[in-house]
Design a protein around this ligand. Structure first.
Ligand code: PDD
Length: 284
């Protein structure tokens, strides 16, 4: 069951007009929110980021946070699986094709849910492979825009060589992945690129840094050069759907020992534990 403009319906019955500005211009923003045991994970943070994205494209938020919560909980209740991920998508609505904003046009609001499967344990045990590419996206990557053509093309470069992700380098520095945030580890220190308009402020990124801080894992937030990425002891990928994963092969060369490292193992365990306590807290 999906939600479209005020109504719940089976996805097969959902239609949008061809003049929707999401379809014509990619004029909209989105969020991906995980739910574990049918409880939304870090909802407040996801809704704050949604507001930041809406502000970034000058589109009014169609709902208050409490209204979002009610609708998202209804979607979760109507779909199968205890662990799901919500995809929510808002466009500037339906109007005659003209680049400038239409006046008095209601936004299109679409929400769906899919089963959320953790990364396979074999992949966590072996680590994933990634490639690098130049980050050729626009310079508002902090906005979670639905116009994802550059990300799609960059991710496909990885898919073409059966790698999991494309690690992006802009002006000699690490930004993020095509659909994830990237951390490195050097000499037992976890390094994260600083948030800026050149990367999406990941919700999982924040969780990982909080876990590092509260568990005495040495960490630093600073610019990371391409050569530091290439000489890292560990590379980690984070996202709401992939959680935290080790990258053990970069551009066909082993990362560090070529096996998932110690910091990955610690953070992965801490993340699973954190998820479980969050969900228990919400149930209490
Ligand atoms: N993508 N950077 C980019 C470009 C992303 O698309 C994503 C997530 C992230 C990680 O953010 P978070 O931890 O909040 O999921 C970073 C989602 C999952 C997607 O587009 O499907």
């Amino acid at each position: 069951m999906i939600y479209l403009n005020g109504k719940f319906m089976p996805i097969e019955d959902a239609c949008i007009p061809v003049l929707d500005r999401g379809f014509i211009f990619g004029d909209g923003v989105y969020e991906v929110i995980p739910a574990y045991s049918r409880k939304l994970f870090r909802l407040a943070e996801h809704l704050d980021r949604l507001q930041h994205s809406l502000d970034g494209i000058r589109l009014k938020n169609p709902f208050q946070n409490e209204e979002w919560k009610t609708i998202l909980e209804q979607i979760i209740a109507q779909n199968e699986g205890d662990d799901q991920y919500i995809y929510l998508h808002i466009t500037r609505g339906v109007a005659k094709r003209d680049h400038a904003f239409p006046v008095n046009v209601p936004p299109t609001v679409f929400i769906m849910s899919n089963p959320l499967l953790p990364p396979p344990s074999e992949l966590l045990a072996s680590g994933a492979s990634a490639i690098t590419a130049l980050d050729n996206r626009w310079i508002r990557c902090d906005v979670k825009a639905i116009s994802l053509l550059p990300n799609v093309l960059l991710r496909q470069l990885a898919a073409d060589v059966r790698a999991l992700e494309t690690v992006l380098i802009r002006d000699g520095f690490l930004t993020e992945g095509a659909a994830s945030n990237i951390f490195i580890v050097k000499d037992k220190v976890l390094l994260a690129p600083p948030k800026s308009h050149l990367m999406l402020p990941g919700i999982t990124y924040d969780v990982v840094l909080e876990l590092a801080a509260s568990n005495q894992i040495p960490h630093e937030i600073r610019e990371i050069t391409e050569s530091e990425v290439r000489n890292a002891d560990e590379i980690l990928l984070t996202s709401s759907t992939k959680e935290i994963m080790p990258i053990t092969l970069l551009d066909n060369k082993p990362v560090g020992s070529g096996k998932p490292g110690e910091i990955f193992a610690r953070l992965h365990t801490l993340y699973q534990h954190y998820k479980a306590t969050q969900m228990r807290g919400q149930l209490a």
